[in-house]
Design a protein around this ligand. Structure first.
Ligand code: SF4
Length: 201
C-alpha cells in the first residue's frame, strides 16, 4: 500500500457539519479534482488536481489513526472520479466507518458504509447511483429546486434519508421556504452547514 498515491487536497479532523451525521466527529479526506462545475462551489480550489501534491496512502492512514477517529468522510472535489477500493479497504481494516459525499456523476467504486448523494444540475448523477444512496442531500439555490428535489426523491430508494440544505449565500432567502416545505412534506429534513456557524473547517 506504500506506493499507492492519493490525489489529496486536504485532510483534517473536525465535526461533520451537514446531513445525517451532523455533529459527529469525523476525519475528512478531501480529494483533489472535480469537473462538475457548480457556480456556487465553495471549494473551487479543489477543482485542479495538479495544484495539489499527491500523498502516500499509508501516510494518510496513519494520520487518520493518530486522530483517534472512528469515522471518515471521503469528499472532494469529486472523490468518485477515482477508484476508492484500496483506501476504503485500508480504512475498514482499521475498523473505521466510511461515508462518501459525492455528486453521483461517476460510478462509485469502493466499499462504503454510507453514501451521501448530493446531485448537481451541472453534471447529473448516473442512474445507478440513485438506488445505492443512503442519504439524498439536495442543495436549494432557488425556488425551482424544490421541484427538482421531488423529481430526484422519486429515483432513490424508500430507505434513503432525505435532506434539503440551503446554498450558504441564499440561506436567508431559502430557509423560510424550506421550513414551510418540510412541514408539508414530512419525509424531508432540513440540513444546515453547522460547521460554518461553529467556524470550524
Ligand atoms: S461537485 Fe462539489 S467540489 Fe465539485 S464543483 Fe460542485 S460543489 Fe464544488
Amino acid at each position: 500500500m506504500s506506493d499507492v498515491m492519493i490525489p489529496l487536497m486536504e485532510d483534517f479532523y473536525s465535526l461533520q457539519g451537514e446531513g445525517f451525521y451532523s455533529g459527529r466527529a469525523a476525519y475528512f479526506i478531501r480529494y483533489a479534482g472535480c469537473d462538475v462545475g457548480c457556480v456556487w462551489c465553495d471549494v473551487k480550489e479543489s477543482w485542479d488536481k495538479e495544484a495539489h501534491p499527491e500523498v502516500e496512502l499509508n501516510t494518510l492512514i496513519q494520520r487518520v489513526k493518530d486522530s483517534g477517529t472512528d469515522f471518515v468522510v471521503i469528499t472532494g472535489g469529486e472523490p468518485a472520479m477515482y477508484d476508492l477500493t484500496t483506501i476504503t479497504e485500508a480504512l475498514h481494516a482499521e475498523n473505521i466507518e466510511i461515508a462518501i459525499e459525492t455528486s453521483g456523476a461517476y460510478k462509485i467504486v469502493g466499499n462504503f458504509d454510507w453514501i451521501c448523494l448530493s446531485p448537481k444540475k451541472f453534471k447529473m448523477p448516473i442512474e445507478e447511483n440513485y438506488a445505492i444512496a443512503t442519504e439524498l442531500k439536495m442543495i436549494i439555490f432557488n425556488k425551482s429546486d424544490f421541484k427538482w428535489a421531488e423529481e430526484l426523491q422519486a429515483k432513490v430508494s424508500d430507505k434513503c434519508i432525505l435532506y434539503m440544505q440551503p446554498e450558504w449565500d441564499k440561506s436567508k432567502e431559502m430557509l423560510p421556504l424550506m421550513v414551510d416545505y418540510v412541514k408539508e412534506h414530512v419525509e424531508w429534513n432540513v440540513s444546515l452547514q453547522t460547521h460554518k456557524f461553529l467556524n470550524i473547517p
